[in-house]
Design a protein around this ligand. Sequence first.
Ligand code: NAG
Ligand code: NAG
Ligand code: NAG
Ligand code: NAG
Ligand code: NAG
Ligand code: NAG
Ligand code: NAG
Length: 626
Amino acid sequence: MISTRLILVLPLYALGFLQIAIAWPSVEPLAARASPDPLDSWLATETSTALQGVLDNIGSGGANTAGVSSGFVIASPSKSNPDYFYTWTRDSALTLKCLVEAFVAGNTNLQQTIQQYISAQAYLQTVSGLSGGLATGGLGEPKYYVNGTAFTGPWGRPQKDGPALRATTLIAFAKWLISNGQSSLANSIVWPIVQNDLSYITQNWNTSTFGKTDLWEEVDSSSFFTTTVQYRAVVEGNTLAKQLNQTCPNCVSQAPQILCFLQSYWTGSFILANVGTSRTGKDTNSILGIIHTFDPNTSCDDSTFQPCSPRALANHKAVTDSFRSIYNINSGIAQGSAVAVGRYAEDIYQGGHPWYLCTLAAAEQLYDAVYQWNKIGSITITTVSLAFFKDVYPSATPGTYSSAYTPTTFANITAAVKNYADGYMNMVAKYTPNDGSLTEQFSRLDGTPLSASALTWSYAALLTAAARRSSVVPASWIDSSLNSTPSVCVATSATGPYSTATNTVWPGTPPATTTRPPCTTPSAVTVTFTVLATTNLGDTIHVVGSIPALGNWNINNGVTLSPAAYTSSNPVWFGSVSIASGTSFQYKYINQHADGSIVWESDPNQSLTVPTDCGVSTATINDSWR
Ligand SMILES: *[C@@H]1O[C@H](CO)[C@@H](O)[C@H](O)[C@H]1NC(C)=O
Ligand SMILES: *[C@@H]1O[C@H](CO)[C@@H](O)[C@H](O)[C@H]1NC(C)=O
Ligand SMILES: *[C@@H]1O[C@H](CO)[C@@H](O)[C@H](O)[C@H]1NC(C)=O
Ligand SMILES: *[C@@H]1O[C@H](CO)[C@@H](O)[C@H](O)[C@H]1NC(C)=O
Ligand SMILES: *[C@@H]1O[C@H](CO)[C@@H](O)[C@H](O)[C@H]1NC(C)=O
Ligand SMILES: *[C@@H]1O[C@H](CO)[C@@H](O)[C@H](O)[C@H]1NC(C)=O
Ligand SMILES: *[C@@H]1O[C@H](CO)[C@@H](O)[C@H](O)[C@H]1NC(C)=O
């Protein structure tokens, strides 16, 4: 499909900055800047390598996508240690968000890839998995096989950021369709998919069902990243609805409450990235949330944690400082100079090294902030952000510095912040191999690339950071009518509507070549047993039954259930097992006490026939202990 190397269209680097220099001759003369910046020339090559790296990982034409269906994005070609050869809703949406931006900025070659992604997402919304079906939580399923079938192995699920990120990406493309006279396509193809995702968010943003709510797939409690991208999605979803003569009343009812809840992550000095963990809470998850909710047309608003807001800058310092002392490659780097950035200081995954996409996010937030200050025409330093500014501009004091009245200070501060941001880019440049490939991590000891190869998200992160550095920004999304927080936050949700997005054929494009499977009866179904059983500490619930998968009634060979979602008000035990479709069998739950003694459920035996429905590969059984 895409064999030629595509060049991302970017305007001149640092255009915004040069304009300031021209307007205010009191700053350093232009001639002093004439020698080419090595970062400019590295990025000129690296952005085209990164764009090709992204396209190589998108089916069905990408170089690394044998067996991948049309429009599906693989996280990485790596199939072992770690195995990332799957399609994640999150990674795919963030990758396509970057491609939609590049498309809107002028790279028209990307249109077909974007359309194939959208069609693939319409299909994925119909795939039932262990998180449920379309209207029953299934949109929270985090990852799928690359042929679009459900992944039914153990995983942290559901994950609630995926539908929000996908909605934002689709909305960005819908806006382009609308402004190019193709509202009917936005209405018929894109809106039905977006509407389902908006329904998922408005229904589930505040529910505490077991599931990994953070983007690193590790934490079960609420996550700043997830809440902030959910707020953005419902706000711009409502705007899109209005433009298409649709409505999203649930967006209107939930948005203020999501924004209200978002405020609770602010500690007074940094963002508590995940609620209720034993970690410090300083986590690049917050910086990623900030860059993915950047609005280039708004003030340095604290409530939405805009990149230039005092809160977001204080948080940038708190998070990046947490990596200064823990990585060998950061040793000796002075405060106020950029460091390598990882996910969070306590991280041990794959060695817990710095990540390219985290270091790039630290740069991107600062480029966004510089863009906002230039647009607004002033910088306000508050007591909250003072320590951030002092690191890069030691004489900083609280106050407002406008480009009109204090042009030199304004120009010096923006230059210092841009220079600091360039430091993060240079850190990435320093530890990128000569071929420009980007893995997931690089060694904390010596910067050697580590973990998954050719990580799609690393490439997308490089592209968006480089675009922001060049003042190429995404569309505005904030709606002032949904931007005030209620005086009291309340727990709430709103349900529906959901409907299958059936129209996936784009006019004027050849039918997608696809390896997508036809709908067939699965040979086996993953049956999840859930039973409400009030138990005491030390008890374990098992399910045993008349088939080998359930131990042939042998109490030692049944399926042991998990109490991971057990609460006193909802004492649920659950566990899954794969059983051939159509199998009929009997079963009972047993309670094994700490001393090994067994209590059986009362008679009669329960019985079940595993479904044989076309395309249905999961079934959930809801029992109560008898
Ligand atoms: C739901 O919202 C309420 C009010 O903002 C908040 O106190 C509670 O922690 C939220 N719970 C979850 C799981 O989001
Ligand atoms: C929405 O309705 C208005 C008024 O009826 C109409 O002018 C406009 O074209 C419609 N827009 C779309 C996208 O259908
Ligand atoms: C930017 O904001 C101004 C006022 O805040 C508004 O009038 C204008 O329409 C916005 N532009 C975009 C592109 O959203
Ligand atoms: C701005 O930077 C220039 C060049 O480094 C310096 O000479 C000048 O004193 C600075 N002015 C302010 C107000 O920071
Ligand atoms: C889809 O891919 C998975 C994993 O490779 C495989 O187990 C399954 O059989 C495939 N399904 C079809 C219909 O090809
Ligand atoms: C339950 O199944 C077991 C094993 O087949 C059998 O011995 C027992 O009689 C059954 N109980 C009832 C009440 O049918
Ligand atoms: C069990 O509950 C889940 C979640 O409410 C539902 O999706 C499923 O259909 C139920 N199973 C049966 C067999 O009713």
